[in-house]
Design a protein around this ligand. Sequence first.
Ligand code: NAD
Length: 415
Amino acid sequence: METLNPLESAQQQIKRAVDLLTLDPAVYEILKEPTRVLAVSVPVRMDDGHVTTFIGYRSQHTDVVGPAKGGVRFHPQVTMDEVKALSMWMTIKCAVLGLPYGGGKGGVVCDPREMSDRELQQLSRAYIQAIAEFVGPEKDIPAPDVNTNPRIMGWMMDEYSRIKGYNAPGLITGKPMVLGGSAGRGEATGRGAVITIREAAKRLGLDLKGATAAVQGFGNVGSNTAKLLHEMGVKVVAINDVMGGAYNATGIHIPEALEYSRAHKTVAGMPGTTPLTTDQLLTLDVDVLVPAALENQVNMGNVAGIKAKIVCEAANGPTTPEASRVLEEKGVFVIPDILANAGGVTVSYFEWVQNMMHFYWPEDEVNDKLERMMVSAFKHVYNMKETRGVDMRDAAYMVAIERVAEAMSARGWIN
Ligand code: NAD
């Protein structure tokens, strides 16, 4: 069986980093389970008048560095183990960037595609009512994740503010700008990914001007990554989404692809391109490959064919652990997800800081701060890789766990 249970996988990765750093085994013992996991019932009166009870979760992995931070997903396959694992990965991601947060994650088992706007709003409000005592700007700050968006964040912020009796924008990030959302949040994950690609290319002596790239997924992360690569002079030769792919060996005009995708809800069929499958896209002879769609896309079924020099994991968990080892053996420079897509949570952090100060920054200031934090995180991880002779993924975990363990020691949790 190739793909592990996400919780086991997160536990193994943390254990590996604790062992590589020869830390007190108590660090793993404390981190192997979240501090707190809530399972809540979320009753919603549906449009036809009957009440359906949905199941929701919120996992707070650790508060050793600061309040918990992480998204809420609405998906039929949400499980408690998945939410626990995702909260653990958020601890790691925040620690790689040096953000003053522990990991959190939430989810509701539901299929938002089958729900009306009114039902979705009721669900969002009922979920916040159920967890209101456990979250808050100083405790646990949710954000968007799969199938949740700024509109849903706005409803959740409103519900929490009503319960508390005051306006609390710092409860949640990824809000609409008018409710205290941050400039630059929309493209932050793509921007962060492109910064890591540029830093990796520098280390490899690869000139990105005229280099080629393929991007899987054309949603928030994929489309912004493709747009910013295009602006940098990279030839993005292939893009795709769940409906199909588009290929042009001389480079796709990404601003036109964005317009086409807005109008047709897919990039497939874009004039001047030929169709291609996901496996064809992943195995193209390009310099940079960006999986920005789903988990386990790079796997033992296609990894042998991957030719890219840099794989930037803009999605969460796009490479199976086995395929990750093969990429390493092939000498591919892998930018692990916990570093590659950390631009999103970093600008979420900026949003929370602005909410707490009630003072808002222009977009160039947000982008400058993001640039500095991503470059610094990349440097730390790369230095760990070089000094300890490990790959980028192990290095990122080691940077993160070292920081978390230092905080545990400073609090007197471990010797
Ligand atoms: P999204 O829903 O906006 O876009 C997902 C894209 O992937 C869509 O274009 C969809 O059509 C495409 N897709 C789905 N299945 C596909 C398939 N089989 N082949 C090709 N394309 C497929 O989601 P997003 O916010 O862009 O998130 C993408 C990934 O990035 C997820 O793993 C998410 O957890 C991760 N991520 C997102 C953020 C963020 O700020 N949005 C931050 C960190 C990590």
